[in-house]
Design a protein around this ligand. Structure first.
Ligand code: PLP
Length: 357
């Protein structure tokens, strides 16, 4: 039986042509800045994002960590989304490595409510002197697209408002742009426009873009030099890692536009899941992530998940009654259709059980 694996876009595997590019990559010792392929991806990424400089790092997690540590001193406070990857899924580095106090703040559909943010307690009121009691608020983070909120995109208008919010309060603005290319493709704008609002951005090469590893941080030259220092501190200095950078460079040069295919497949999956009897807000499917809810009337989330697995359809375990399906370049339209067929059969059989109960 063919397994249809919708667990994550981190599951992409390098294509044969990517492996060939990796095999042929020129390499050197990046401690000495002598790896030409790493220098090439850093220059290419800085250019593409319209930032002064960029840094190749091992992972999105490391990218977020070094970006923030490079810009904010220990003891300060940061605003993060309460369902953000940085807050929930990065082992608590904001506290343990960066020495920061986090203010996890709701972001329905991936967005802070800016008026509510202005009124919230960690935010100093313009003109008022900060209390001696509070850690000083220094940074705000966004996630674009927002993984935990269903791959939602933050557009230029929203990001400009948040930039204004940050400017008035002297805050640094960081974007966890693990999937920022998905956002740019979905919004039909240049990625450089989206990241023009932030001081620093990190993005992943190893998700929808299809490289086997690596991420990029882009920012001002000064921040990138600081981030390079912190990358070293956390053991992320690399030697002949041009082999990895070659895959990332190819992903950036050749795979960005293909993300639109994933987005179309995700929309088709969302519509099909609704037809099969799951609850999905199709209008909220903007990129490659589909959040589907198992109606209570059908069966329990655990039972549905187990039976999907037996039918060869994989997702991560449900959160409450919510299942997350993630599309990527190694999931074809035929795979989506086959997955829908199997899920349709499952929901039919659960409906029959309910009717006969
Ligand atoms: C939004 C977001 N940020 C950061 C990361 C971390 O990336 P990595 O797994 O490369 O550390 C992920 C990984 O899934 C993510 O979804």
């Amino acid at each position: 039986m063919k397994f249809l694996d919708f667990r994550s876009d981190t599951l992409t595997v390098p294509s044969d042509s990517m492996r060939a590019r990796m095999a042929k990559a020129s390499v050197g010792d990046d401690y000495y800045r002598e790896d030409p392929t790493i220098s090439a991806i850093e220059d290419y990424a800085a250019d593409l994002l319209g930032k002064e400089a960029a840094l190749f790092v091992l992972s999105g997690t490391m990218g977020n960590l070094v970006s923030i540590r490079a810009q904010v001193p220990p003891g300060a406070a940061v605003i993060v989304g309460n369902t953000s990857h940085i807050h929930l899924n990065e082992t608590g580095h904001l506290a343990s490595v960066c020495g920061l106090t986090s203010h996890p703040t709701p972001t329905p559909d991936g967005r802070y409510d800016i008026p509510a943010l202005e009124a919230s307690s960690p935010v100093p009121k313009p003109g008022a002197s900060p209390s001696v009691l509070n850690p000083r608020l220094k940074l705000i983070c966004v996630e674009n697209t927002h993984n935990g909120e269903g791959g939602r995109c933050l557009d230029n208008t929203y990001l400009a408002s948040l930039r204004e919010f940050a400017n008035v309060r002297g805050l640094t603005f960081h974007m966890d742009g693990a999937r920022v290319f998905n956002a740019a493709v979905a919004l039909g704008c240049k990625v450089s426009e989206l990241v023009s609002h932030v001081d620093s951005v990190s993005f992943c090469l190893s998700k929808g873009l299809g490289a086997p590893g690596g991420a990029i941080v882009a920012a001002s030259r000064h921040v990138i030099e600081e981030a390079r220092h912190w990358r070293q501190m956390v053991g992320g200095g690399m030697r002949q890692a041009g082999i990895f950078a070659a895959a990332g460079l190819m992903a950036l040069q050749e795979n960005v536009e293909d993300l639109a295919i994933d987005h179309n497949n995700a929309k088709q999956l969302a519509r099909g899941l609704v037809e099969a009897g799951l609850d999905v807000d199709v209008a909220k499917v903007e990129t490659n992530i589909v959040m589907a809810y198992i109606p209570q009337s059908l069966t329990s989330p655990g039972e549905f998940f187990d039976s999907m697995k037996r039918a060869g359809v994989l997702t991560l375990p449900p959160k409450g009654n919510r299942l997350r399906f993630v599309i990527h370049r190694d999931i074809s339209n035929a795979d989506v259709m086959l997955g829908l067929q199997r899920i349709g059969q499952l929901t039919e059989s659960f409906k029959k059980v309910q009717q006969n109960a």
